[in-house]
Ligand binder design. Structure first.
Ligand SMILES: Nc1ncnc2c1ncn2[C@@H]1O[C@H](COP(=O)(O)OP(=O)(O)OP(=O)(O)O)[C@@H](O)[C@H]1O
Length: 766
């Protein structure tokens, strides 16, 4: 298993000195050095003056993406262009041409192999022309009569017969695919074409390359090995990211999945199953090898190549008799903000499809014929799937992935969240015209398929990241509310003394090493802290709202009393008995809000109890009035109600239902039905809570009539007691019994109050 650990706070050189990393670097460097030998001999052409001229150059409007002076044809850009190579005689030959490509469609490139010895011997001619701009012109198509017609096809990139293996690596778009796999995408590169068209040659190299125990590196090495080297080069550059590589190699032979890394003497087939969790097919018990170094990946490739099924027929002496899939899983861990690591799981599949065969031409018989039939059948299913997926009308209908093992395993690459590159291999020979046209049509259809690439991220870490952000927001919001409400206490208190996730010092270097259970613990900690903060947040909002309501009631009562006083003064006395001045008037209270400058923050702050009580203290109320007020618990309510908040909060924070006998005092709440219409709760009778129906709303106006006593603040003698029964009822309604049972939810969640028979009703607190 390759682990290049990194993280915030760890100096790169200290990581670089780890023996594991040093081994990796040495190997990667050695392997990359070997890559120098891949340089095509005709890449630099000796000049008459003894200098060397670069043999690959761009022409026309080909992309200006220059690397070491070599023009690169981007397969994902919007440019069109071509690349030429100068031959030994100094003549230029175009080797590659490209056309702009639409993002997220399957990227299709075509490689045309040279005429082989057999074809040359048989004086076969090439029917392929290369007009440039990613186009292929196929000539000599039968036109029904004696004349011939031609057909033009367009692809992302076209590799002409002179293109080398290195050119395919550089210009096919495989490099971008590897980069995306490292970024967490699921990528697939697959070769398609008739038998003997050069699929295996393109992916892995010529036959017998892997027959030797220790193959020497050569120009002949195909795309897979070159991709491995590019992958390690990339990983080496990303020193701040840790990577874990794993590889598997399988073949689908006669519809049976065989593990090429662990075939066993009986070559027992493995089952292909559907994973509900991953929503995709997978091969059960497939051997997966941890790969620390490039050599490990190469060993996987060599082992698989040695174990795969190869046969001989008329058109290819080393014909693949199976479809092979080599997969490299790339898991990365990258430090993100707040000491959290982001994990991504990408992969890249290299798929070498067995070639379609015209059994008449290949003269297959017996075992080879059976193989050919299975190959053709599975390719036909693949063809159906591609045709359906490329047709906008049919792509949402049933796609027959389940009809072959191949399509099951390629389903995600074809239509899922992956990124796919198709390399269509064709023969230029006239004798293969029919198969060539079929392959080109196939490829043209595949080009129309759109995929939706997504990055796979570890959900636990994504969750940690989200929770951490949320905790931060809630903490600052709660801090703000606490300051506004003049409340003491730290968030840790609100967690009930529990350890908070934010207090845990996450060691960035060690986070990546955390095992599953430890990560789960961390997530749990964050969830707990998040919940506690939410609770606290709710409590603070409840406190604020209730204090506001209390204040409002006190102000209204005060105003009503003052109004009555004025009336009494004007009716009973010739001259006013008292200067109408109370420090607890609504205007005063409102002024105190202004003084606190809360309008700006839109946060209401309860005027300090001291200021309220001191101002109230200036007023000597008549005893009977004081009694009445005490009875109704007005004035002192702010304090009392504040105390009851604790209970209320407890009730609120307990699961939806909570006994109100201990928790909320409904008197302290302005309770409204869920519709928002306000109504009151009647005083409990015989221990029962009675809930008035919403059809009998109790408005602030009706509450205003509660205090109908007429009194003179200067005069100790009360003039009237509250007497009207309706008013008394209202008063009683206000003074809802503390014994009533109920349950509630605050702010958007219903509160229900149940009597001792279990009947309940729900409310919203505004
Ligand atoms: N671009 C090329 N340059 C030189 N030789 C090539 C090229 N492409 C293919 N060949 C040669 O053609 C022969 C057949 O190629 P290969 O085995 O790769 O075909 P294939 O498409 O994989 O066939 P099958 O489907 O039967 O496995 C091999 O000897 C291979 O080396």
């Amino acid at each position: 298993m390759m682990v290049i650990r990194g993280g915030k706070g760890t100096p790169p050189n200290s990581r670089g000195n780890s023996p594991l990393r040093e081994t990796f670097r040495k190997n990667a460097r050695a392997s990359l050095d070997k890559s120098q030998t891949f340089r095509s001999p005709n890449r630099r052409v000796p000049q008459a003056n003894g200098t060397e001229r670069r043999a690959v150059r761009s022409r026309g409007n080909s992309p200006g993406n220059q690397e070491n002076g070599v023009a690169y044809l981007s397969s994902r850009g919007s440019e069109t262009g071509s690349i030429e190579r100068l031959d030994d005689t100094g003549h230029s030959h175009r080797i590659i041409s490209g056309y702009n490509q639409v993002e997220d469609n399957i990227n299709v490139v075509v490689r045309v192999r040279p005429l082989n010895h057999k074809e040359v011997k048989a004086r076969d001619i090439s029917v392929i022309q290369f007009p440039g701009n990613g186009q292929i012109l196929v000539e000599h198509l039968p036109n029904g009569g004696s004349a011939h017609k031609s057909k033009l096809f367009s692809y992302n990139v076209v590799f002409e017969p002179a293109a080398t293996q290195e050119d395919v690596l550089q210009f096919s778009g495989i490099k971008r695919l590897i980069e995306m796999a490292v970024e967490g995408f699921r990528c697939t590169a697959f070769c398609y074409g008739q038998t003997g068209s050069g699929k295996t040659h393109t992916l892995t190299g010529p036959p017998k390359l892997f027959d030797k125990k220790k193959p020497s590196y050569s120009d002949a090495h195909g795309l897979v090995f070159r991709s491995f080297m590019y992958l390690f080069k990339l990983l080496n550059e990303k020193s701040d990211v840790s990577f874990i590589l794993k590889a598997s190699f399988l073949e689908i032979y006669n519809e049976k999945v065989i593990d090429l890394l662990n075939p066993g003497s009986a070559r027992k087939p493995l089952a292909v199953r559907w994973s509900k969790k991953a929503r995709g097919f997978f091969v059960e018990n497939l051997f997966t090898v941890d790969c620390e170094e490039l050599d490990d990946l190469t060993a996987v490739l060599e082992e698989g190549m040695r174990n795969r099924s190869v046969g001989s027929h008329n058109m290819n002496d080393y014909s693949s008799r199976s479809h092979t899939i080599l997969t490299v899983h790339i898991t990365s861990e990258q430090p993100a903000e707040n000491g959290v690591f982001i994990s991504r799981s990408g992969k890249i599949n290299f798929v070498d499809l067995a070639g379609s065969e015209m059994t008449k031409k290949t003269q297959s018989e017996g075992k080879t014929l059976e193989e050919a039939n299975n190959i053709n059948k599975s390719l036909m299913v693949l063809g159906y799937c591609i045709a359906s997926l490329s047709d906008n009308k049919r792509r949402n209908n049933h796609i027959p992935y389940r009809d072959s093992q191949l399509t099951k395993l390629l389903a995600d690459s074809l239509a899922g969240n992956g990124v796919t590159l198709m390399i269509a291999c064709i023969s230029p020979a006239m004798s293969n015209l029919c198969e060539t046209i079929n392959t080109l049509r196939y490829a043209a259809r595949a080009k129309r398929i759109r995929t939706k690439p997504i990055v796979l991220m570890d959900p636990r870490e994504a969750l940690i990241l989200t929770l951490k952000r949320e905790v931060g927001v809630l903490q600052s919001e709660n801090e703000h509310l606490r300051t506004a409400l003049h409340l003491q206490g730290s968030p840790s208190e609100s967690l009930g003394g529990k350890r908070s996730a934010s207090s845990v010092q996450v060691d960035l270097d060690k986070l990546g090493e955390l095992e599953g259970p430890q990560l789960i613990d961390l997530v749990k900690l964050y969830v707990a802290e998040n919940e506690a903060l939410r609770k606290e947040n709710t409590e603070l909002f409840v406190s604020r709202e209730i204090l506001m309501r209390d204040q409002e009631l006190v102000c209204r009562d005060n105003e009503r009393l003052l109004k009555k006083l004025e009336e009494v003064n004007s009716v009973c006395c010739r001259s006013p008995l008292l200067p109408v001045k109370t420090s607890a008037s609504a205007s005063t209270l409102n002024r105190s809000f202004v003084d606190l400058d809360l309008s700006a923050t839109n946060i209401w702050i309860n005027p300090t109890e001291n200021s309220l009580s001191s101002s109230m203290g200036k007023i000597t109320l008549p005893e009977v009035i004081q009694k009445e007020l005490d009875k109704r618990q007005i004035g002192a309510s702010a304090h009392r109600r504040h105390n009851s908040l604790e209970d209320l909060s407890k009730a609120v924070n307990n699961p939806v239902r909570a006994k109100s006998s201990k928790s909320a005092n409904p008197e302290d709440l302005d309770i409204r039905p869920p519709s928002g219409r306000r109504f009151s709760m009647a005083k409990p009778t015989n221990g029962r809570a009675h809930v008035d129906s919403p059809q009998r709303p109790e408005t602030p106006a009706s509450l205003a009539s509660v205090y109908s006593s007429e009194w003179n603040l200067d005069s100790p003698s009360p003039t009237k007691q509250p007497d009207a029964p309706s008013q008394r009822n209202s008063l009683e309604k206000l003074d809802v019994g503390r014994q009533s049972k109920g349950s509630m939810e605050v702010f958007g969640s219903p509160i229900s109050v149940a009597d001792d028979r279990g009947e309940s009703d729900s409310f919203l607190i505004k």
